[in-house]
Structure formats: C-alpha cells, structure tokens
Write a protein that binds this ligand. Structure first.
Ligand code: ADP
Length: 331
C-alpha cells in the first residue's frame, strides 16, 4: 500500500553500533500496539491497529497477510520508523524502539513495495550511498559481495534506468542488506513479477533465511505464503485474527472436498446428503464436502452405496490457504 507518510515521521537513519544479539526468542515483538491516524482533510480519524500483540520468532520466515486496508503497511512502517505508534511497545531484535531507536533501526532492513530507484545512480553507487546513510564505515562495506549475492555484479556500474524490473527489485533487496541486519522485511516482494523471477526471488529468500536472517513478508499471493512461510499471521481491520504455524493453519480448515464419478453419470442431486453440501458438476461428477474427523471417507462411501450410487473413481481436494484466508477474513 502506498500513501503519504504520516506527518509524525521520525528522523532519518543514524550511524548504528554493531548489533549484538540479545538472548531473546523473538526477532520482533509488539505488545498492545495501537495506531490511530489523526483526522485530516475531511477524513475521519482511523484506528489502523487496534492494540495488537505479535511475536515474530527469530529465524522464521513469517508471513503477514491481510486484505487491503488491514493495517499491514502501518505495522511495517512503525518498524521502519516511518510511522509513529499511538501506544504500545515494539521491540526489534530485543531493542525497544522508544528506548533504543538506533539499535532497533540498525537491526532491520526494509524492502519497500514500490520500485523507487534513482535512475542516475549505478547499483554500486546506490549501495554505497545507502551504506553511508546507515553509517557503515568504508572498510566494513560489502558492496560487491551483496551485489554478487543478488546476481547484480555484472550490472554494478550500469545506470539503474537500464535495469529490468526484476533487477530493480533485487537492487532494493540489496539496499536493505547493506547494514547487515538480522531481520529483513519484504513488502510484497513479488508484486508484478513474472513467474520465473518469482521462483528466483523465493529461492533467494530461502537462502537468506538458511543463513540465519529472519524474514518478514507481506504478500497478496497466498501461494507464496504457503510456499515460503513457516508461520503466518493474518491481520484484518487492525486486529490479528490468527498467528500460527502454516501447517497448523492449513490443517485448521477441516473441510475437504471429495469428488466422485459414478458408474452412471449423476443427473440430479441425490437426497439425504445435505450435510455434505453436495454439488453436481457439469460433467456428471458429484462433489461433496466432508471433514475427515467427523465423516471419514469410508463412511461417506458407505452412504453413497446405500443410495445405490456405485463409485468408480474418486479424488479428494485439499483446502488451500486461500480457503482459510477467506474464511478468517469473511465479513
Ligand atoms: P494495508 O497495508 O494492510 O493495506 P494500511 O496499513 O495501509 O493497510 O492501512 C490501514 C488503514 O489505515 C486503512 O484504512 C488506511 O486507509 C488507513 N491509513 C493508512 N495510512 C494512513 C494515513 N497516512 N492517514 C490516514 N489513514 C491512513
């Protein structure tokens, strides 16, 4: 989401001290975090975050999902120091953003959603400039190493305006890494990126995580969250509606579909199956919704047999994150 910055924008980054890793389990912690945007230009005040509690474990790839306007950008911008919270506490890598803002800022790298790149700088210069902003001493800079890791080494001296969309995206990731933060936030990293490059970015994110970086990812692509994230929080209307391991989230939706093909095509819905929400498919197949816990497949098949339906083939369809998401954010 893009919008004008909050009027209460914090100062620009300052020189970090080296980031020590305090003994804490969570890379990011928010407690009773609330944000109310003030009324302005005839717009009423808006409570974008309603006292949320959120813990992002160290070492995870954490997905932050939610429909438009849910409050995801507000949360990320508070972490980035671009939006001031109304109340509550936030710590990044164990550093409270109020008590120790410099260390908190030094512990996080944010990859913005927009492909904003200064066309007159080469990737090398862009990274050097960013390192300067973060106060990384010249001898500690890893400009070429990072460009190399992002597959941009051969473009180090090219004008940024000659870079493709995918290269620009990777340059933004590179910029977020110059101060070597233990936490990286990727805001919609693959929005508008083609399928092949999306895969490449996923591999890269996994690689970063394997090497110990905690990743926070917002995404619209549920498939992306399902593929990458080990834990997912869903935000809706400024509230965290769920925060759990991806596998658990998927298992929570007990409803599965069983699609059967009968010896004779089914032309009308058989009675007595209402609890299984039967649907007649155009090809004469019958889809039934069942919960493995309450009505295991053999029980469903026995009921069909009792109705004189001879099943010759069947498939089951797993619920996807999409189903869970729609269920949790419905209404
Ligand atoms: P998301 O990133 O999940 O789409 P946002 O955090 O951008 O959600 O927005 C949450 C709510 O706060 C929305 O209703 C949005 O209109 C409102 N909002 C966001 N930024 C501002 C702002 N600068 N001023 C006023 N309202 C805002």
């Amino acid at each position: 989401m893009s919008y004008l910055p909050d009027p209460e924008v914090l100062a620009v980054p300052q020189a970090p001290e080296p980031v020590k890793a305090p003994e804490i389990p969570n890379a990011i912690e928010a407690r009773a975090l609330r944000k109310v945007y003030r009324a302005s230009n005839g717009q009423p005040a808006k409570e974008a975050l309603k006292s949320i509690d959120l813990a992002i474990p160290k070492g995870s790839i954490f997905g932050l999902l939610g429909p438009n306007g849910a409050g995801k950008s507000t949360f990320i911008n508070i972490l980035a120091g671009l939006v001031m919270k109304t109340s509550g506490d936030v710590s990044i890598w164990g550093f409270d953003i109020d008590v120790n803002p410099r260390m908190a800022r030094a512990s996080i790298g944010i990859v913005p959603q927009e492909l904003t790149i200064d066309p007159f700088f080469t990737p090398f210069e862009a990274l050097e400039l960013q390192a300067g902003l973060y106060g990384v001493p010249k001898k500690e800079r890893r400009t070429m190493e990072i460009l190399d890791a992002m597959g941009l080494a051969d473009k180090a001296r090219a004008y940024a305006r000659t870079l493709s969309g995918g290269m620009r995206r990777r340059l933004l990731v590179a910029k977020a890494m110059v101060h070597n933060p233990p936490v990286i936030v990727l805001d919609e990293p693959t929005a508008g990126v083609d399928v092949e490059l999306r895969r490449q970015l996923w591999d890269y994110v996994k690689g970063l995580n394997d090497r110990g970086t905690t990743i926070v990812l917002t995404t619209h692509y549920l498939e992306e969250a399902q593929e990458l994230c080990d834990r997912i929080a869903i935000i809706n209307h400024g509230e965290v509606v769920t925060n759990e391991p991806t596998s658990q989230l998927l298992a929570r939706l007990s409803d599965k579909q069983l699609v059967i093909r009968a010896a004779r095509p089914i032309t009308s819905l058989p009675g007595g199956l209402d609890d299984l929400k039967p649907e007649l498919r155009r090809d004469g197949q019958l889809a039934l919704h069942y919960s493995p816990k309450d009505s295991p497949v053999p029980a469903v098949l026995a009921r069909l047999a009792a109705l004189g339906i001879e099943v010759v083939d069947l498939t089951t369809e797993e619920s996807t994150l999409e189903d869970v998401f729609l269920q949790l954010t419905a209404g």
